[in-house]
Design a protein around this ligand. Structure first.
Ligand SMILES: [Zn+2]
Length: 186
């Protein structure tokens, strides 16, 4: 695939994803799982004790959740410590505004356009804070993944031995076939 086509597809993917995120989350309160830039900066100011008129409850809450500050290349980053099985992880917190680039890097490794389970694993060792349902949406908007998925799912369909027109028709839809195909076994 040419780089230009690749860039165009990435842009289409990004636009669809960002549109979804905007519709879904811009209206949400700060109680959301998702940490946007504004909330991120607020957490930084609490943890570095630079906030004016701090709310003691909030500070306590953030520390209890084990958010912590790391200085990486002179930049102040929020990490979150948590237990995973028997391990203690401390991972950088992903900011909503960076979701697409983070996910795209993982998803498009060696142009593989990997699916949700592989992505979730890769993400789980790199970042904290991107929920699985966001991942699911991200993949849904990838034109390349969808193309691959349709192509590879077709040969797996077995011929259906049924005289029921509707059930055959549904199988056709699931497989993404445009027209009915031959079921000549019966
Ligand atoms: Zn993709």
């Amino acid at each position: 695939m040419s780089d230009k086509l690749n860039d165009e597809r990435k842009l289409a993917h990004k636009n669809a994803f960002e549109q979804f995120m905007k519709e879904q989350y811009d209206k949400e309160e700060s109680t959301s799982l998702i940490i946007d830039r504004k909330k991120y900066d607020m957490i930084v100011s609490y943890l570095t004790e630079t906030v004016e008129k701090p709310d003691p409850c909030k500070k306590f809450h953030l520390k209890k959740q084990k958010f912590n500050i790391q200085i990486i290349d002179d930049q102040t980053k929020i990490y979150r410590e948590f237990k995973k099985r028997n391990n203690t992880m401390n991972l950088p917190v992903a900011v909503k505004e960076d979701y697409f680039e983070i996910l795209y890097d993982i998803h498009s490794v060696q142009r593989g356009h990997i699916g949700i389970n592989k992505m979730e694993h890769q993400l789980s060792i790199r970042y904290y804070g991107i929920p699985r349902f966001v991942l699911a949406q991200f993949i849904k908007f990838c034109p390349i993944y969808n193309l691959k998925h349709v192509q590879t799912s077709q040969p797996r369909l077995n011929p259906i031995r049924s005289d029921d027109f509707l059930s055959r028709f549904q199988i056709d839809l699931v497989g993404g076939w445009i027209k009915r195909v031959e079921y000549t076994s019966g």
